[in-house]
Every structure is written in structure tokens, then in C-alpha cells.
Design a protein around this ligand. Sequence first.
Ligand SMILES: NC(=O)C1=CN([C@@H]2O[C@H](COP(=O)(O)OP(=O)(O)OC[C@H]3O[C@@H](n4cnc5c(N)ncnc54)[C@H](OP(=O)(O)O)[C@@H]3O)[C@@H](O)[C@H]2O)C=CC1
Ligand SMILES: CC(=O)C(=O)O
Ligand SMILES: [Mg+2]
Length: 407
Amino acid sequence: MSDFKAQALKYHAEPTPGKISIEISKPAETVRDLALAYSPGVAEPVRCIAETPDDVYKYTAKGNLVAVISNGSAILGLGNLGPMASKPVMEGKALLFKRFANLDSIDIEVSHRTTEEFINTVANIADTFGGINLEDIKAPECFEIEKELIKRCNIPVFHDDQHGTAIVTAAGMLNALEIQGKDIGDATIVCMGAGAAAIACMELLIKCGAKREYIYMLDTKGVIHTRRDDLNEYKKLFANNTDKRTLEDALEGADVFVGVSGPDVLPAEALKLMADKPVIFACSNPDPEIKPELAHASRSDIIMATGRSDYPNQVNNVLCFPFIFRGALDVRASVINDEMKIAAVHAIRNIAKEPVPEAVLKAAEVTALEFGPEYIIPKPMDPRLLDRVSKAVSEAAVASGVARLVP
Ligand SMILES: NC(=O)C1=CN([C@@H]2O[C@H](COP(=O)(O)OP(=O)(O)OC[C@H]3O[C@@H](n4cnc5c(N)ncnc54)[C@H](OP(=O)(O)O)[C@@H]3O)[C@@H](O)[C@H]2O)C=CC1
Ligand SMILES: CC(=O)C(=O)O
Ligand SMILES: [Mg+2]
């Protein structure tokens, strides 16, 4: 067993199995404490909530509680391995919610037969939480699931693999293109993958100025084009009227590669087909579409990002989901809308242009970080993310009329 694999398993197993636990937040030592916490005291908030439902935010943990919900159908880039295999990832997301945004979070893994059954399960328990973070649910089912749950729930429902990934990708991409001296409106973009992350990333890049007709999206069958008759309604939106069929065809002269597909699908030789100064985001986890060492060996003018912590430029939704939920829950937003997503994009990208605090350099185990090819996006442990992204998101929620608490 490799050293890192052994360390990862030990980290998860010891001293207690798993990565999260529940703590009590009130005294529960004396007979009086218990009388307040449980019977008879607990009857008082019960009566208040029955009379005034919004009091649930005043007397329970709901307002600071996010459920991370999965069915394990697209666990990272590892595939459909089922609900229980997804539990370490979902516990991991809960850990990140707490660590970065002080949000309490619980993982829920759902076994189900039909999509409708999954939707009903989540909708029926939604009210107990302040927000729902859907995670690692494969396309195309994820689109219907999220749409239906947004309709049925009174709290923010956010599919992280779609929108968290898209927000961080857009933030990193706008910065990378700026450094390479390119305009997003002129960029030819190759997107490897046509699932949850891919569709959302491309839709948000279009909202940030990219041209739909300059995007070439690929799935396991190659380029998505107008003459294919096997496309679902989401892929159809990216069907390009083109003779390009292979990854190599699509990469010819392209400015950008976004990989949200699977490991090692981008050959180093193919990078040489791209235009000058390309941007390569190989975001599949844990193994990217191309290893950065291979990409850098292939050509020297690239900006390279991955989804991993152990290379420069980590384009990963961890830079978004804790902070967008913090901002949404702080103003009790009913939804997370486009205005809030775009506010998050700009708040994240702007941090990378400012001097980096000493504590961040220390946590990142580097001596310097400066806006440029090796630093296009902030580090997840940058404390400015919490202040700045959450505030921008809250303000956008208020301005767009979806906040129920106005500070
Ligand atoms: N860095 C980050 O923050 C994030 C990274 N990701 C990564 O993105 C990837 C996809 O996740 P997600 O969108 O949730 O999953 P989905 O299951 O929704 O989509 C996967 C897509 O990838 C395509 N695909 C898989 N293998 C290949 C291949 N060899 N060549 C071309 N296309 C391929 C599939 O094609 P088809 O439609 O033909 O089946 C499908 O369109 C994962 O590796 C995940 O780790 C996801 C979210 C966040
Ligand atoms: C980061 C993440 O959510 C994923 O790879 O699925
Ligand atoms: Mg995920």
C-alpha cells in the first residue's frame, strides 16, 4: 500500500471513525439545565413554533444547518458507487462547511429506486434544515432533481457540482484569461465532459461573456454536434454545427480546455494543437484529465489548474460552497439565484489580485504567492473568502429581493 493511501485510511479511521461529530451548544449538567433543555422547558419553544413557524429559526439550530445530500451516483470522478461509498465525501463536505464557514452540516446518503423517490425523500425532510447542498448526483437526473426541489422547498437548494464548480471555474477562468491577455468573448473553449459540472460551468461562462458557438463540448462519444441523435435536452443546448468529431479536432486552435470528465483523458501531445497561451483546467477528482507535470513538459506557455490541493491553482468548489451558503443563510435567502452566483464569482476572483496574508502563505506551505500563472485563484484557507464572498452573496440576495432578513 502506498504511504499516502495508508495515511488517508488512517486519517479516516482513527482515533474515531469518520470526520464529523455532533456537539451540544447549551449547558446540560444540572437538574435545572435538563429541565430547561428537555421536559418541561422544551415545551415552550414547541408552543411558540406551532404558533409562529418562523420561530424555528429563533429556538432551534435550523438556521445554521446545511444538509449535504447524495445518492452516490457520481462520486468525484470515481463514478456511480452508491450511497454508502459516497459517505466519506459527504462527511468531507460537512467538515469543510464547519471549518471554513462555521456552518453545522450533516451528511445524508439516500438509497432510492426512482428519481421521484429521491426528490420526495429530500423534499419531505427539507424543512428541518437551513439549506440543502446536493452533491455527487449524476447528470442528467441531477438537473430535474435540483429544479423540482427548488420548486418544492422554502430553503436554498444548491447542487454543488453544478453551481459551486461553475462559480469557481468562472472566477479562475476570468483571471487566467486576463493573465494570458485574452478576452472571454473571443475564446474558443473545449469542455471535456457533458454532465452536471460541464453543463453548469459552460452556462455560467456564457453568462460571464463566453460565446456558446465557440464552445465545443465532448462526452464519452466525442464532440457534441447537431447531427447526433443521442443527445439529452441538456447536451442539445451545446450541440455545435461543426465537422469536428474528436478531442484533437476540437483542440485545434482552442484557447481553453475545461476538463470535468475523468482521469487522464487529455494526451500531452494534443495540447500542442491549441492556440498560443492556452488555459488548461483539468478539474476531475482525484485524478485530473492530464497531470500538470505532463502538461508543463508539453508546452511552457500554459496556465494550468486542477481540482487538487497539492498543485498550484486549485479550481475546486470548496472555494465556493461554504461561503455561498454562509451568505445565503445569513440573510435567510429563499433561493441561491444567478445574482448571488455572479457576486460570488467576482468576490472570489478579486481576492487573488490582492497581497496574500502571511497566515495563508504559511498554511499553503509557500513563501510567496502573487497574481500570475501559478496563482489565479485564492487558497481555500484564505480567511478573506468568508468575509468577502459571504458578504457579496448576502448583498446580492438583498438587492435581488430573495432575502427574508435584511440586516
Ligand atoms: N474540481 C471540482 O470542483 C469539481 C470537479 N468535478 C469533476 O468533474 C467530473 C464529472 O463530475 P459530474 O459532472 O458531477 O459527473 P456526471 O456524471 O454528471 O458527468 C460526467 C460527464 O463526464 C463525461 N465523461 C466521463 N468520462 C469521459 C471521457 N473519458 N471522455 C469524455 N467524457 C467523459 C460523461 O460522458 P457521458 O455523458 O457520455 O456519460 C458525462 O458527460 C468528475 O471527475 C468530478 O470529480 C465535479 C465537480 C466539482
Ligand atoms: C469537488 C467535487 O465536488 C467533485 O469532484 O465532485
Ligand atoms: Mg462533488
